[in-house]
Design a protein around this ligand. Structure first.
Ligand code: SF4
Length: 328
């Protein structure tokens, strides 16, 4: 029988539970963030994935989001890693960007990137990974899902390039595959990727292509994959709110790749999560909003064995890009 509080192996990392706390927006100053991480880390969580960390100076996700180019970045990242490790919790940094610029040019389209731009993006991400390694992080998570820059680059809906970085799935993935290969051969670092199970847009990635993408990632040494869905269901014709579809996708993916798969999306009840773990081959479940509603809720779940998050899943914190709860 699997249980969310099992000790388990997550690739090269040991976890104290199957619950992955994933972050998103950061709107609190660092003093409050350290306190929050302390509460989360000691609550019984298995793995912490940080809020979005930006690569480029102008690319700001939310007020107080960590910027990898800031002079305090390594000091702040070091403190976060220490807090997690003091509680034997591994920590990955969620590294993303929305827009790429060449200094004065802002928001360059994927199809207009030169070879020099592609190499620049790859080396910028490698530099961030090196900084995080120096700060004591266990790894990074690259965003190939939701609606961030690289997720668009690998998506045929956006990528109409006619060079080696466009066309078939392998070519669209080339920017990421080259990048991961370099990081895996030069850094002793866990590399995770967040991938959309499918894309709701006509002409976007479907579930079959997404599995193909994950197989390519496994081939170049990616250590874990988090399955997500497109950023906002409002933009798409397809209904993306159905949990069963994501569960089915994860089941299929687990049959195709041999790296840990994390499924996220709306979990709020301990019994439901345990039932899902035992009815499927899924081993890791991620949660975001319950940690916004109450940072240490897992403590009482562990004690009672039957917990439900007080999060109302109203999505106000998500929609308004705040890292605090509207209700509590
Ligand atoms: S604002 Fe709503 S979704 Fe966000 S944590 Fe609070 S109750 Fe949950």
């Amino acid at each position: 029988m699997k249980d969310i509080f099992d000790n388990c192996q997550f690739g090269d990392l040991k976890l104290k539970s199957r619950v992955v706390r994933t972050g998103l927006w950061q709107t609190q100053p660092m003093g409050e963030v350290y306190e929050k991480y302390e509460n989360i880390a000691e609550s019984g969580v298995g793995l912490i994935i940080t809020e979005l960390i930006s690569i480029y100076p102008k690319d700001k996700f939310s007020e107080y989001s960590l910027k990898s180019n800031s002079p305090q970045f390594i000091i702040e990242a070091k403190k976060l890693a220490e807090i997690a490790h003091n509680h034997d919790v591994p920590i990955l940094a969620q590294v993303e960007f929305i827009k790429y610029n060449r200094g004065i040019d802002w928001d360059i389209d994927i199809n207009d990137l030169t070879m020099a731009d592609i190499r620049q993006i790859q080396s910028d991400i490698i530099v961030v990974a090196q900084k995080l390694k120096l700060a004591g992080f266990d790894g990074i998570q690259l965003a190939l899902g939701n609606n961030f820059f690289l997720s668009k680059f690998i998506n045929p809906y956006f990528n109409q390039r006619s060079d080696d970085y466009g066309g078939n799935t392998f070519n669209r993935m080339r920017i990421v595959l080259e990048l991961v290969r370099v990081m895996k051969s030069n850094l002793d670092f866990h590399i995770g990727c967040k991938v959309n199970a499918f894309d709701g847009r006509k002409g976007g990635i479907d579930a079959g292509q997404s599995i193909e993408i994950c197989k390519l990632l496994e081939k170049v040494g990616v250590d874990s994959i988090q399955v997500t869905k497109p950023l906002s269901p409002l933009y798409f014709t397809k209904d993306v709110s159905n949990e069963d579809e994501l569960v089915e996708f994860c089941q299929n993916l687990i049959g195709e790749v041999d790296v840990p798969i994390i499924l996220g999306g709306g979990f709020a009840n301990q019994n439901h999560m345990n039932e899902l773990l035992n009815a499927t081959d899924i081993e890791f479940l991620s949660m975001y909003r319950p940690f916004v509603a109450q940072e240490d809720f897992l403590k009482s779940w562990k004690e009672s064995g039957d917990g439900t998050s007080r999060c109302k899943m109203c999505n106000n914190c998500y929609r308004t890009k705040t890292s605090t709860c509207y209700h509590y």
